[in-house]
Design a protein around this ligand. Structure first.
Ligand code: GLC
Length: 767
């Protein structure tokens, strides 16, 4: 094997919006997507028609460059790309000329066989965050990773690779930020100075082009905005999917599921979602119902709905080889399955036994798959759980000569799960009319946020796995995935009661709050842990429901800007070294206002780092100065959660499911602070796509301590809020004797609480 170098620029040419630089070995193409986003493709066999699964934007129509003897410069209002001609090397700078990132001057881009690699400069203080579902530390410096979507049961806190591929990272050094998305679905490799004696970082893939997008915005938040602008943002999720979800492999009959539903209502533990894992099917055949145990799906689901529950059912890609089974017959007749090069269908064993695998890369196959969901939507299913789509088969190692359309498995394996989720989303969206489907997938590639929520696969019931899960969720948030979750309680093994309680309390602040367990483990429902523990679990789930107006508004932010609901502190406190300290690296902001510190179930105090500013303990109101670590009480009844000063947190009265209206009062909690703040409150019907046509209720709530005003702006949108009154609750204020003035009229305060109509209001506070 030889190392083939990129060589020197031999010609420079602009064709329309692409700058083309040729060397003897390869062709480099450069596009400007936006002033902060530049794409570079270096290839020995570029094919314009190769689609990107991730990118939904097109490049700007023009590219401007200047050329001198040694250099080519592409300059936008935000980034400078200086290209060294001999040898061809790419270096990025801020608009003001500070070095952001670039090729290692010695090695740059090169090839070994089909492998393509980019060696890059490494700065002494450089940190790396991102790559999505990757074990290890928040700061990935000194680690290396492989992207190869893998069914990873029994994975531990170091296993790599796992189920998903997000080849996007953010580099931080010298107070600067940049992002890099390597859009290549081959098996790929990232090394953040792990194996180079700290001399350089590198990334590459087994094949394909050196095809990357460089992000030059100067904050982590803006880079995430730009990355999700490029690869898409999530739709508004169904509100019910943000409620509590109870799952298990497996509830064995409709009667058992109904019994669980009844128990939630009897125990008055709020919940919205129940799941059917693989056992609802006939012999694990996708799109069938077991005729004995789930004999009447329609009346079964109607009964669940009458109790305000939605049902999510699992689907795997493997179609059982069984003549007479509709999906098998149709798939066979229409050549919908992945094949060997000789045309034979590829066969492997999964739950149903021998299976064929739909070629989700083809539009006709996706349409066929999508339409088949009528077997589930007609009886009333609204959520679709896509599992085993790495794809998984027993033995794992799919032969390299399996073909999906004109591509071989090694070329696109990493996007298979995403294409299944896309097919599921598109099909069920059509079938459900104007209703939002809920899609959940295990395997994913960049851009999956457009179609689906994700969970982190088969985790385990021990503390370190709970903490790992939080890091995975936080990291997935950097890569555009906001609606994410872990199996609360741990899939494999049995949690101790303490771990179950603790993990459930963390679930309150997990974007998707789903309790799930493996077949054969002890039952996991909230009432399985003794009365005392049940009471704690219940109280925490109740808090989740009280917080839903805040959580839903946070998802609106994800929908609008791509910012995740669970945010590593590295997003807001990028230059504070403490947030990368392994002691504090699991801490995260949940939405704008709450900071959560995960704590192991065996510890009852925790050292928590409070970033600069003032913080209040959410549960007690106790005030803390930030910029330091504190020892926080952490009994199982009270996970350390802190509220940022000046926070605005809308909450609601307790309901048992998102279908209930509650008491019609939106409780707006404002926490004292000396800085002005505002919060965009967002509401819609929670189920339909009417919000796309203006059917929402949105207003900005502003707290201005200088003027002692809290104002509720005019509302936007045509939706009528389900709350007709607002209750303002002030925390940490000492209200003066003049109390509040509403639109100029003095009201005598009852403590720090005030209730008024849900019209435009200006509240003056004497404090
Ligand atoms: C896989 C999934 C798990 C599911 C099981 C049975 O292990 O990751 O969540 O319960 O398959 O379908």
């Amino acid at each position: 094997m030889q190392t083939e170098i990129l060589g020197n620029a031999k010609s420079v040419d602009k064709q329309g919006n692409v700058l083309i630089i040729k060397t003897d070995q390869a062709i480099a193409r450069i596009w400007v997507y936006s002033p902060a986003v530049i794409r570079i493709n270096v290839s020995r066999s570029f094919n314009e028609h190769d689609p990107s699964f991730a990118v939904i934007q097109t490049p700007s129509e023009t590219i401007n460059y200047t050329e001198s003897a040694g250099e080519i410069a592409v300059i936008t209002s935000e980034v400078k790309l200086l290209i060294n001609k001999s040898p061809l090397r790419f270096n990025f700078y801020t608009a003001g000329g500070k070095v952001l990132s670039g090729d290692d001057p010695r090695f740059g881009i090169n090839w070994q066989g089909d492998r393509v690699i980019n060696y890059r400069k490494l700065f002494p203080d450089e940190r790396f965050i991102g790559l999505g579902e990757k074990t290890g530390n928040l700061d990935r410096r000194g680690s290396h990773y492989v992207n190869w979507n893998t069914d990873a049961p029994l994975h531990d806190t170091r296993t790599d690779p796992l189920y998903k591929t997000f080849p996007f990272f953010i580099g931080l050094h010298s107070g600067l930020t940049y992002g890099l998305f390597f859009d290549n679905t081959y098996k790929s490799y990232f090394d953040f100075g792990a194996t180079t004696n700290e001399q350089m970082s590198w990334f590459g893939a087994d094949g394909g082009d050196m095809n990357y997008y460089f992000f030059g915005a100067q904050s982590v938040g803006e880079i995430i905005e730009d990355y999700t602008w490029l690869t898409g943002r999530m739709e508004m999720p169904p509100l019910w999917s943000l409620g509590y979800q109870q799952c298990r492999w497996s509830y064995m009959s409709a009667a058992e599921v109904l019994n669980i539903a009844e128990n939630f209502r009897k125990e008055k533990i709020p919940a919205d979602v129940l799941y059917c894992d693989i056992d609802y099917m006939e012999g694990f055949k996708i799109f069938t119902w077991n005729k004995e145990t789930f004999a009447e799906p329609e009346s079964f689901i109607a009964k669940l709905k009458a109790m305000n529950f939605r049902l999510v059912t699992i689907v795997d890609p493997g179609i059982k080889v069984e003549p007479g089974y509709q999906q098998y017959d149709e798939g066979l007749a229409n050549n919908y399955f992945a094949t060997y090069p000789n045309g034979e269908n590829y066969t492997a064993d999964v739950w149903p036994g021998s299976c064929h695998f739909p070629d989700f890369f083809r539009e006709d196959v996706r349409e066929w798959w999508g339409a088949a969901f009528s077997a589930l939507t007609e009886p009333g299913v609204e959520g679709f759980w896509n599992d085993m789509n790495e794809p998984a088969a027993w033995g794992q190692n799919m032969p390299w000569l399996v073909k999906f359309g004109d591509k071989y498995m090694p070329q696109i394996r990493n996007a298979y799960g995403m294409q299944m989720a896309k097919a599921t989303y598109e099909g069920t969206r059509k079938l459900l009319g104007n209703k939002r489907p809920f899609v959940l997938t295990r395997a994913a590639y960049s851009g999956t946020q457009r179609y689906s929520a994700i969970w982190t696969g088969d985790n385990s019931a021990y503390d370190a796995h709970m903490l790992l899960g939080q890091r995975l969720v936080n990291s997935l948030g950097i890569t555009g995935m906001s609606l994410t979750g872990v199996d609360i309680g741990g899939f494999t093994g049995d949690p101790t009661p303490a771990l179950m309680v603790r993990w459930n309390s963390l679930g309150v602040y997990t974007p998707m709050f789903r309790n799930h367990a493996m077949q054969g483990t002890k039952m996991r429902e909230p009432w399985c842990w003794g009365k005392e523990n049940e009471a704690v679990i219940k109280k925490d789930i109740e808090l989740r429901y009280r917080l839903l107006p805040y959580i839903y508004s946070s998802f609106y932010q994800s929908h609008q800007t791509g910012l995740p609901t669970s945010r590593t502190l590295a997003i807001n406190y990028t230059t504070d070294n403490n947030v990368f300290d392994v002691k504090y690296q699991n801490q995260f902001l949940f939405g704008d206002a709450l900071m959560v510190a995960p704590v192991e179930s065996t510890k009852f105090t925790e050292e928590v780092y409070l970033p600069a500013g003032t913080w209040f303990r959410f549960s007690t109101g106790e005030k803390f100065a930030g910029g330091r670590a504190v020892i926080a009480d952490a009994p199982l009844t009270d996970l350390p959660v802190f509220v940022k000063a000046s926070a605005i947190i809308p909450m609601q009265s307790l309901v048992q499911s998102t279908n209930e209206k509650g008491d019609g009062i939106l409780e707006v909690n404002v926490w004292h602070g000396t800085a002005a703040n505002s919060f965009v409150y967002y509401e819609d019907d929670g189920v339909s796509y009417d919000y796309e046509k203006g059917g929402y209720f949105k207003r900005r709530i502003t707290y201005d301590p200088g003027k002692r005003l809290i104002s509720f702006a005019e509302t936007e949108g045509s939706f009528t809020s389900k709350y007709d009154r607002i209750k303002l609750v002030l925390h940490g204020f000492s209200i003066g004797e003049h109390g509040f003035k509403i639109n100029g009229t003095i009201k005598v305060p009852a403590g720090s609480v005030l209730v008024f109509n849900n019209d435009t209001q200006i509240i003056e506070i004497a404090f």
